[in-house]
Design a protein around this ligand. Structure first.
Ligand code: SF4
Length: 50
């Protein structure tokens, strides 16, 4: 469990459901558009479905 990466995405297989932390050592965050001008444009690309 990585105490530096809080995450509420319990559908992800790397998520610790009880504590709401990521279990990976690092993640990659990506943009869905050229300019990130709101939160929806950013995303965790390390997500994998359970
Ligand atoms: S990989 Fe991304 S979506 Fe999955 S638990 Fe970690 S931070 Fe959350």
């Amino acid at each position: 469990m990585n105490m530096s990466i809080e995450c509420e995405v319990t559908e992800c297989k790397y998520n610790n459901e009880l504590e709401k932390y990521c279990m990976l050592n690092k993640i990659k965050v990506v943009k869905h558009d050229g300019i990130a001008n709101n939160i929806e444009i950013t995303d965790c690309s390390s997500f994998e479905m359970r």
